[in-house]
Design a protein around this ligand. Structure first.
Ligand code: NAD
Ligand code: DAU
Length: 353
């Protein structure tokens, strides 16, 4: 019989976190999932409606920086493992408010690690601290080359610097206290429940509303896109089979220049919305570039494939169509998350750009 584990997942009401929570709750009924999330602007319990009443799922609202709360959760739920996703995740917000990123991503991670250290007290049998990180810690590539697990860290935005710091803290707890840890560094995700501050969902929302599509600089920056449920399945694989103390890169071998991606999205949306071919492309608007804009990310995920047998399941065109369908069928979700503070965020971020 599969062994029981009580797993604390942080940030489980966010974009990737909600897919990870769902994946674990459904794939592993013998695991108890405790989801700790502060429900910031990016966290939304609507993302988890379909699993909220499952017997192996519990939600706790709270901040990962609150040491008393985090310690109490470890005690009350006898936590065996942590899958840590809670973070401030948007590069543009890190440029306007870097300290919020240091607080959540660095102090929050340190708080969780320290709580695990004191709860597990050197008895690490069956324990695991799994830290979910990003390929942005490796910096920016030129026209060629890939990020490997051995690539030196070279973060260039306050967001990526704070994630790099959190990765270093995780490895410091491994080396210093022998805490069993694993880290994965993933490329850009896309899919359902993605908050419309990021390129793909923002563009889908703007096309629906016939609003300009803001493309930073010349649109020549390259990102390597992975469907979010493939990321969740990779996290499950690494959680089950990954080697302690290791880092695994996760990616889709799916590089797109921003402008090419937006052209493809426009074509898909014209069809789905029964609009004349070419009408969404007219919304494309080149705007001032992001400060310190990384040119290119590209992940080499050979280690994950060769060691643990993980591969992405979806081709990009198929994933993008599924994503568009989800947004068109869930406009109420889109309306909820774009009400309130979204309008003032959008105004500050894009006005006069
Ligand atoms: P997100 O912004 O959609 O969600 C973050 C979640 O964390 C939200 O639910 C939010 O409420 C919660 N949160 C924020 N601060 C918190 C705090 N102090 N205490 C408790 N909860 C808090 O982020 P995402 O895009 O789903 O990213 C999740 C993780 O994956 C992050 O660690 C991010 O660095 C990493 N990652 C993201 C991508 C991507 O493409 N989005 C790629 C690779 C890695
Ligand atoms: O690589 C993984 C990272 O991917 C994650 O760690 C981050 O949490 C996640 O937000 C994402 O970072 P990016 O900065 O790559 O994603 P974003 O969607 O913000 O931007 C994608 C590209 O599109 C980037 O080159 C900037 C550009 N862009 C973005 C926005 C929001 C535009 O041209 N216009 C826009 O309005």
């Amino acid at each position: 019989m599969a062994s029981t584990k009580r797993i604390l997942i942080t940030g489980g009401a966010g974009f990737i976190g909600s897919h990870v929570v769902r994946y674990f709750v459904n794939a592993a009924p013998h695991y108890q999932i405790i989801n700790l999330d502060a429900l910031t602007y990016a966290g939304n319990l609507e993302n988890l409606k379909d699993i909220q009443d499952k017997p192996n799922y519990t939600f706790v609202k709270g901040d990962i920086c609150d040491a008393a709360l985090v310690n109490a959760i470890f005690q009350e739920h006898a936590i065996d493992a942590v899958i840590h996703l809670a973070a401030e995740s948007h590069v543009d917000r890190s440029i306007s408010n870097p300290l919020a990123f240091v607080q959540t991503n660095v102090m929050g991670t340190a708080t969780l690690l320290n709580a695990a250290r004191s709860a597990w007290h050197g008895n690490y049998d069956g324990k695991l601290f799994y830290h979910v990180s990003t390929d942005e810690v490796y910096g920016s590539l030129g026209e060629t080359g890939f990020f490997y697990e051995t690539t030196a860290y070279d973060p260039r935005s306050p967001y990526s610097a704070s994630k790099a710091a959190s990765d270093h803290l995780v490895m410091a707890f491994y080396h210093t206290y022998h805490m069993p840890v694993v880290i994965s560094n993933c490329s850009n995700n896309y899919g359902p429940n993605h908050f419309p501050e990021k390129l793909i969902p923002l563009s889908i929302n703007n096309i629906i509303q016939n609003k300009p599509l803001p493309i930073y600089g010349k649109g020549e920056n390259v990102r390597d896109w992975l469907y979010v449920i493939d990321h969740a399945s990779a996290i499950f694989t690494i959680f089950e089979k990954g080697r302690i103390g290791e880092t695994y890169n996760i990616g889709g071998h799916n590089e797109w220049k921003n402008i090419d991606l937006i052209h493809l999205l426009c074509k898909i949306m014209d069809k789905k919305l029964n609009r004349e071919a070419g009408s969404s492309e007219k919304l494309i608007t080149y705007v001032t570039d992001r400060a310190g804009h990384d040119l290119r990310y590209a992940i080499d995920a050979t280690k994950l494939k060769d060691e643990l047998g993980w591969m992405p399941s979806l081709q990009f065109e198929e994933g993008l169509e599924k994503t568009v369908d989800w947004y068109l069928e869930n406009q109420e979700w889109l309306n909820h998350v774009t009400s309130g503070s979204y309008a003032s965020y959008y105004e500050t971020q894009y006005h006069n750009r």
